[in-house]
Write a protein that binds this ligand. Structure first.
Ligand code: AGP
Length: 613
């Protein structure tokens, strides 16, 4: 996810763009830049780091311009750097473009352009699209930029929102979108363009939301909307009724709930380009290019902290089940100090949303010194842990602003499931039937998460009923045991209520002494080989007057009869279930925290990334 801003009109463009980029930093902040058209010349300024660093670098520069485009980046292709920052310039220097999205077939297009003699200054898919457009213009007589863009967009696959300006057309911005948002603000003799309305709302409340496959030609006093078939479309102007703060959160009250609701899309983005369920295939270059290293591993160690450590526990069960390779999961903070035995050839999977967690980073540095192979599962492209890894796979969850990790966690699970499946397929430790079944199940996850989110109000009711409890227990078995731990952590960090997660069978070894009529016990009791056992555990709690709250598979009447409250989720294979069972627990923590008036995006004592010991 990146932030884009454009302006054309009578005012100075640069201050508007800069302020707009700051409003959009929640969408990405690893680099930023502006392209300004002044005196018939295109000037591009860009810088790694936050917008404030761009602002600093711009001091003394000629920013006099009435048209410009700006971008704040969340890297997907090409690590954060000045050269990979947007805007990009085309080879002939006459076009400049910013882009939010992913061009999936950029590699093929790039190869073709390189064969034609094009040189590239960045590693981005955006620069490829820009030079593709230039090349189309060059090879078609009198081809206007708008037409060249239309031709190009019909040949690319993926998602995009792009703003394009050209030196020879000094008052026009051309925009197009498919899959990434674009809003155009209607002013008097001026137009504003942005990823959402937050950079626009202080200038005008009249906006046009551009739809997929639409293209806009924007001048100071004219807005033309067309489809890719070059047919004009009447712009539908709506009046903004949201306040600025709400817009940044996409209309949600908090980033946390916004990010919980983003999960169908973020899981889809994580699977995209890797999972080919219909063809019965998984393509993960980080695995495929290092398959010998992974197949020859005597054991796999997983090193992480917090929620990422819980993802590691799920991965342990999955990898051992599918790949038959011994797995050990280590808290990074323990691993780094206890002088662990790490041998050359050992594989370490490092899991981290931020890619900057100090304990995890130092643990990896030590392991690497001992000859371990590091496979990074990271969300922040180009982060320290990503860079220290020998290989890896990004979770593509986009910036996670809420301190509690939600969409990054399900992104980690999706990546780890695909990694395990890919290794098992190469190793021959999974039957074709089970492999294909799991691929199809994975493909269905975004839709199943969507169906869970549609019933969020049911979780909200449960949350309001139990928000005053002083303790919670979370119990699960098998693949859902780590999810019990994750549910407990979410509740602790968001509502400040003491909560513990346990393997359900562990209750009889002491914790059951805690059970009385004031103790809510959350069971993850979906249909799996442990179901009979976990229902016995539910009965043990009920017999001691504990309050049973259960996450169950749709239609499980018997579990319902054992529950004081329940929440039904779609049927799923036990190995896939954690991607679904965690969602109601995320919602539970959110609704309990908000019912208690807590700032759930910034809970007390916590930081989004623990970059210190
Ligand atoms: C999770 O909700 C917490 N914010 C925290 O446990 C987090 O998972 C942990 O600090 C690890 O962070 P990382 O994934 O960025 O390495």
């Amino acid at each position: 996810m990146c932030g884009i801003v454009g302006y054309t009109g009578t005012r100075q463009a640069y201050p508007i763009i800069l302020k707009g980029l700051k409003r959009l930093e929640y969408r990405g902040y690893d680099s930023s830049g502006v392209a300004l058209l002044n005196d018939g010349k295109l000037n591009v300024y860009k810088k790694k780091g936050k917008v404030a660093e761009l602002e600093e670098a711009m001091i003394g520069k000629n920013t006099d311009a009435h048209i410009g485009i700006g971008h704040t980046r969340w890297a997907t292709h090409g690590e954060p750097s000045d050269r990979n920052a947007h805007p990009h310039l085309s080879a002939n220097g006459k076009l400049s473009m910013i882009h939010n999205g992913i061009i999936e077939n950029y590699a093929l297009i790039k190869q073709d352009l390189v064969n034609k003699g094009y040189h590239f200054t960045s590693d981005t898919d955006t620069e490829v699209l820009l030079n593709f457009i230039e090349d189309i213009q060059k090879n078609n007589d009198d081809c206007k930029l708008e037409e060249a863009l239309r031709i190009a967009l019909k040949r690319v696959s993926g998602a995009y929102c792009i703003l394009l300006i050209e030196q020879d057309n000094p008052d026009t911005i051309i925009a197009a979108r498919k899959g990434s948002p674009l809003v155009i603000g209607i002013g008097k003799g001026e137009h504003f363009l942005a990823s959402d309305a937050s950079p626009i709302i202080e200038y005008t409340k009249e906006v046009v939301y551009v739809n997929d496959y639409e293209l806009a030609i924007v001048k100071p006093d004219e807005l033309i909307l067309k489809n890719l078939g070059n047919e004009k479309i009447t712009p539908y102007i709506t009046k903004l009724d949201m306040e600025l703060a709400a817009i940044e959160k996409g209309g949600y009250d908090h980033f946390m709930i916004k990010e919980i609701f983003e999960q169908p899309n973020t899981i889809f983005d994580c699977l995209r380009g890797r999972l080919y369920a219909k063809e019965g295939n998984i393509k993960m270059s980080g695995v495929d290019d290092n398959i010998d290293q992974l197949l020859n591993a005597q054991r796999i160690m997983i090193v992480a902290c917090g929620t990422s450590w819980h993802a590691g526990l799920v991965a342990e069960y999955i990898i051992e089940e599918l790949c038959r390779i011994p797995v050990e999961v280590e808290y990074a903070s323990e691993f780094r100090y206890r002088n662990p035995i790490v041998n050359k050839g050992d594989v370490i999977i490092a899991i981290s949303q931020s890619g900057e967690t100090a304990d995890t980073l130092v643990a990896l540095e030590k392991a690497k010194e001992n000859g371990a192979f590091i496979f990074g599962v990271v969300n922040a492209v180009g982060s320290s842990i990503a860079r220290i890894s020998n290989a890896g796979a990004y979770t593509h969850a986009g910036p996670e602003i809420g301190v509690a990790s939600t969409k990054a966690f399900t992104g980690q699970l999706a990546v780890l499931m695909m990694v395990a499946l890919d290794i098992a397929k190469h190793k021959g430790t999974i039957t074709t039937e089970r492999y294909l079944k799991l691929l199809l199940e994975l493909e269905q996850v975004p839709e199943k998460v969507n169906s869970i989110l549609k019933n969020a109000a049911d979780i909200k009711s449960i949350a309001e009923k139990y928000k005053d409890a002083s303790d919670f227990l979370f119990l699960g078995r098998g693949y859902n045991f780590p999810i019990a731990l994750e549910g407990a952590l979410k509740l602790k960090e968001i509502s400040y209520i003491h909560a513990e997660g346990y393997p359900a069978a562990e209750m009889k070894h002491g914790p059951i002494a805690l059970v009385d009529e004031n103790l809510p016990v959350v069971f993850i009791a979906t249909h799996d080989p442990y179901h009979e056992k976990i229902m016995s555990n539910m009965q043990e709690i009920k017999a001691r007057k504990g309050k049973v709250i259960s996450i169950i598979t749709e239609g499980d009447l018997f579990s319902k009869s054992l529950s004081n409250d329940y929440f039904e989720i779609p049927m799923a294979d036990e190995l896939i279930a954690p991607l679904l069972t965690v969602v109601p627990l995320q919602l539970l923590s959110y609704y309990v925290g908000t019912a208690k008036g807590i700032d759930v995006d910034k809970p007390r004592n916590l930081a989004k990334s623990v970059t210190v010991e």
